[in-house]
Design a protein around this ligand. Structure first.
Ligand SMILES: [Fe+2]
Ligand SMILES: [Fe+2]
Length: 169
């Protein structure tokens, strides 16, 4: 039996309460690029949605659907980001792309584990915390540097072009 508490769930294996460690978006994650920032917020929301799907007892199918969306959104975001890097001739593009590729593999492994073993508290926490921490760390390191580069490139363009290539969401 699993006991629900205000802070999380009581681990049925007697390991105490496993709090849901939600990933929170904080202002220091803001890259200044409206498209990238919008996607990062959505990405973090997708991680937390997985917690909620489990916490609210929506069932295995729904948890799997939420996990699949998270993987799909991760791929979409990486593709869009890599496209911007190429467009603006970012020298770090190959290295950044490799970091994305390594994480895509890791995320697929986590999803596979979740599908195989089912949505247990341990599995959900493992997936959400591993992905959440990676996302925050990646934004703070690789993405902030990349966005600063893109901003500098866009700033060199004529104003009319800046408005077109740097859309406000
Ligand atoms: Fe990103
Ligand atoms: Fe990235």
């Amino acid at each position: 039996m699993t006991l629900q508490t205000a802070n999380g769930i009581l681990n049925p294996k007697g390991k105490g309460i496993m709090a849901y460690q939600y990933t929170t978006w904080t202002p220091d994650l803001e890259t200044g690029h409206p498209v990238i920032d919008g996607q990062h917020r959505q990405w973090i929301a997708a991680v937390n949605e997985l917690f909620d799907a489990h916490k609210n007892g929506r069932g295995r199918k729904e948890v799997e659907r939420t996990m699949a969306f998270l993987i799909e959104y991760t791929n979409k975001h990486f593709n869009d980001e890599e496209g911007l890097q190429q467009k603006y001739g970012y020298a770090e593009h190959p290295a950044h792309k490799q970091i994305h590729a390594d994480f895509k593999k890791k995320a697929r492994e986590l999803a596979g584990e979740l599908y195989r073993s089912g949505p247990t508290e341990e599995n959900i926490n493992n997936v959400c915390v591993t992905i959440g921490r990676w996302v925050v760390n990646h934004i703070k390191t690789a993405d902030l540097t990349m966005a600063a580069y893109i901003r500098s490139k866009v700033a060199q363009q004529p104003l009319a072009l800046q408005k077109r290539t740097y859309p406000r969401l």
